[in-house]
Design a protein around this ligand. Structure first.
Ligand SMILES: [Fe+2]
Length: 541
């Protein structure tokens, strides 16, 4: 099959998906391990093209991949070894607004529609310096597009009025969908139906920024949740915060928000993630600076269109924040880089090890338009880089930043995106990461064509690869075998990835032995699964 034909087949992954609200049983081949039961939830774009009589072309075409309207999916692997699949569109209220207007309204990631005139979801009152969010209580549950990451049972909502007491899920009680703005969407874990839309600002008025990280952090043992909000203005203000669950409700709420640090000496930047260790939260301000500290967004209503030109000599900065007591402990600098994702971070004595999937610059943001992706235009893929921040508690002289040590950067053959690790080892010492990879990104046949496993403790080792020519896998999620030790049997489990077959133009849930990436089973879908972002696996109760 020619490269062009493969690219054409895979391009269906950027087309509208078929909604499937009732679960359907998938045909399974191979042998699913008897212990592998639970739910794989995934989210991402589901609709890129909205028929509209009010649009000059007859439809509203969402040009940037990140602007596709949300769809949440669930693959349930039952106790009897069946695989059932369902999905649910999660932004139908916003879709109706687009259809009525005949165009995308509000600020998007990359639509860059100069005629926008209704209101800006992110940045309505970006003037003069503050942010006046659209009142969350005036929004319907699916009036916003919130479809990047999913946090089951996120702190802050355990007794939320939108979660009916009648929900008796075999998985989590509820799921919170998140994005890079301050939007939060509560989903029914069984039907995937949006239940409620809210914002961080609604949780606590001090969280007054219009952006945050889609990739927040949650401590599995304490339930503490960490993120930042970014308020635009002449001085950009990042507020790194924690949400704690209270054992007893106080003043009618069962959580407390603590502002751990305010950062006012960094440029306003597009930061898709933050990370933490057992002692610290780290906000890495890599280079994704907004023009005029974000003021440009008000003019062009586009995130990607408001990113300032690359400045190769501008350092990127790590802010290390005491996770428990709060306060900025120390800053580190390194050469300019861009990223979407951390791989992991952990304490190592008095040092912090931070692994990031880095890009040499932010040009990738301009390459994630659907037309470009469909065309098979070559684009870079991120590489694993290990930073070490040395002697965190050593007294610094003044406020100047110290230099981060770059321990290694893996070669392009080991490129990795949509990276994941053993779920029990986030923020702890670890060895393996799994992600997507591309055989040769100078000859693209899509965003990705392989699954990769890297041994971060042996950077010289050969990466393990799984691939079938003409297919495109999504983010692999590791599910540990029950009873296996995360420390001594870190890769004892199964990787789950939804893979699109360009030849049949249909997708399948592929299950791999995480040790050697051999395939153990697959479950065939009757349709294509749209290329999406992130997911999470939860066991059955
Ligand atoms: Fe992401």
């Amino acid at each position: 099959m020619s490269t062009t034909r493969m690219a054409e087949g895979i391009a269906i992954g950027y087309e509208n998906a078929v909604e499937q609200r009732e679960p359907v049983k998938l045909q399974v081949t191979g042998t699913i391990p008897s212990w592998l039961t639970g739910r794989l939830y995934r989210t991402g774009p589901g609709t890129q093209n909205i028929p509209s009589n009010n649009a000059p072309s007859g439809s509203v075409y969402l040009k940037h991949w990140f602007d596709g309207l949300g769809m949440t999916h669930c693959f349930e692997i039952t106790l009897t070894g069946e695989v059932k699949y369902r999905n649910h569109s999660t932004a139908l209220g916003l879709q109706a607004r687009y259809e009525k207007a005949g165009k995308a309204v509000g600020t998007t990631f990359g639509q860059q529609d100069p005629c926008e005139a209704i209101f800006s979801e992110f940045f309505t009152a970006f003037e003069p310096l503050g942010v006046d969010h659209p009142p969350a209580e005036q929004c319907g549950p699916d009036d916003r597009n919130v479809s990047v990451t999913l946090t089951p049972d996120m702190s802050g909502f355990t007794s939320h009025h939108a979660i009916p007491s009648g929900i008796s899920s075999a998985g989590p009680r509820y799921i919170v969908a998140k994005s890079d703005n301050d939007a939060l969407q509560i989903l029914d874990p069984d039907t995937l139906r949006p239940l409620h839309y809210t914002t961080y600002n609604y949780l606590d008025p001090r969280l007054d920024g219009s952006m945050s990280a889609a990739h927040s952090c949650q401590d599995k043992e304490t339930g503490e949740f960490f993120n930042y909000t970014l308020r635009f203005g002449r001085t950009a203000v990042y507020k790194v915060f924690r949400i704690r669950r209270l054992s007893r409700a106080e003043s009618g709420k069962d959580y407390e928000v603590d502002i751990l640090a305010e950062i006012k000496d960094a440029p306003a930047a597009y930061l898709h993630a933050l990370t933490m260790t057992e002692k610290y939260v780290v906000l890495s301000v890599w280079q994704g600076d907004f023009d005029s500290n974000g003021a440009s967004i008000r003019q062009n209503h586009s995130i990607a269109g408001s990113i300032a030109p690359w400045k190769p000599k501008q350092s990127s900065t790590f802010y290390v924040i005491d996770r428990h007591a709060g306060g900025i402990v120390v800053k580190f600098e390194t050469e300019a880089f861009f990223a979407f994702h951390y791989i992991n971070a952990y304490d190592s004595g008095d040092d912090i090890v931070i692994d990031i999937a880095v890009y040499d610059d932010h040009s990738v943001l301009q390459l994630l338009y659907v037309d470009i992706l469909k065309s098979g235009t070559p684009s870079p893929l991120s590489r694993a880089r290990r930073f070490v921040l040395k002697n965190i508690r050593e007294q610094s002289s003044g406020e100047s930043a110290r230099q981060a040590k770059v321990e290694y950067t893996l070669p392009p053959s080991s490129s990795i995106e949509l990276c994941t690790v053993h779920p029990a080892l986030y923020h702890k010492p670890y060895r393996y990461t799994y992600g997507i990879n591309k055989e040769d990104f100078t000859k693209s046949v899509g965003f990705t064509d392989r699954i990769v496993k890297l041994d971060m403790s042996e950077p010289e080792s050969e990466p393990k690869i799984w691939t079938i020519p003409g297919t495109a896998p999504g983010e692999p999620i590791f599910v540990p075998r029950p009873g296996s030790s995360p420390e001594t049997q870190e890769d004892d489990g199964i990787l789950l990835s939804v893979v699109l077959d360009g030849k049949t133009q249909k997708s399948m849930l592929v299950m791999l032995d995480a040790k050697d990436l051999t395939e153990v089973a697959r479950a065939y879908m009757g349709t294509h699964f749209p290329f999406g972002f992130h997911g999470v696996f939860t066991g059955l109760k």
